[in-house]
Design a binder for this molecule. Structure first.
Ligand code: TMP
Ligand code: MG
Length: 212
């Protein structure tokens, strides 16, 4: 037969501090790519509800225990991400394993220990980091009541994200930093400038999705 194998979709991750503008940009990107959009933590599952109550400061959990729950929350979605991408659909993801590492190692946990539980998850074809300094993020309408929404902690997380960026690149992943301080439209444009060549490459090479 002359049926062409289905070309796979792309997995694009958007990362950044709280209030960096991820939700808006993920929504725009998902629309532009006709993608399924997902967000971590995925708060509707049993694990997600535990994470939600931890973030709402209704329950305390050991730093390592919550780290593993965040990772498990990605693992419970991993199969459906792979199926979606293999069926030819793009997936845009608001936060991923890189948030897991950046936030947990900002509490003092060992970097490699933090990275380990996510090894084997689907590898993003591109991670776009919306970079904003912690002061500028805090000035955007202020933080809510959730755990981690504190200036000093966010400043540490930003530094940790810079370490993650170097590590991802060392491991052969694609990481692009976008200045999230620019106007919404400019940020969208810059994201699209990074995403387009990535989609083109997947289309032309047709490689299988990788693993973290
Ligand atoms: P959200 O504000 O994007 O819903 O994310 C909730 C918080 O959880 C945010 O402060 C980042 C943090 N987080 C982690 O600490 N580890 C993770 O693995 C993820 C996905 C988020
Ligand atoms: Mg938040």
């Amino acid at each position: 037969s002359n049926t062409e194998a289905t070309k796979r979709g792309a997995l694009i991750v958007v990362e950044g501090l709280d209030r960096a503008g991820k939700s808006t940009q993920v929504a725009r990107l998902a629309e532009a790519l006709e993608a399924r959009s997902i967000k971590f933590p995925e708060r509707t599952t049993a694990i997600g509800k535990m994470i939600d109550s931890y973030l709402a400061q209704e329950r305390e959990l050991d730093d390592r225990a919550i780290h593993l729950l965040f990772s498990a929350n990605r693992w419970e979605c991993a199969r459906s991400i792979i199926e979606e991408v293999e069926s030819g659909r793009n997936v845009v993801c608001d936060r991923y394993a890189f948030s897991g590492i950046a936030y947990s190692c900002s509490k003092g946990l060992d970097y490699e220990w933090c990275r380990n539980p996510d090894i084997g998850l689907p590898l993003p074809d591109l991670t776009v980091f919306l970079d904003l300094d912690a002061e500028a993020a805090a000035a955007r309408g202020g933080y809510g009541e959730e755990r981690y929404e504190k200036l000093e902690f966010q400043a540490r997380v930003r530094q940790a994200f810079h370490l993650v960026a170097q590590d991802v690149s060392r491991h052969g992943g694609q990481w692009s930093t976008v200045d999230a301080g620019a106007s919404l439209d400019r940020v969208t444009e810059e994201i699209m400038e990074k995403v387009r060549p990535c989609l083109d490459e997947i289309r032309s090479r047709g490689s299988k999705i990788g693993r973290l």
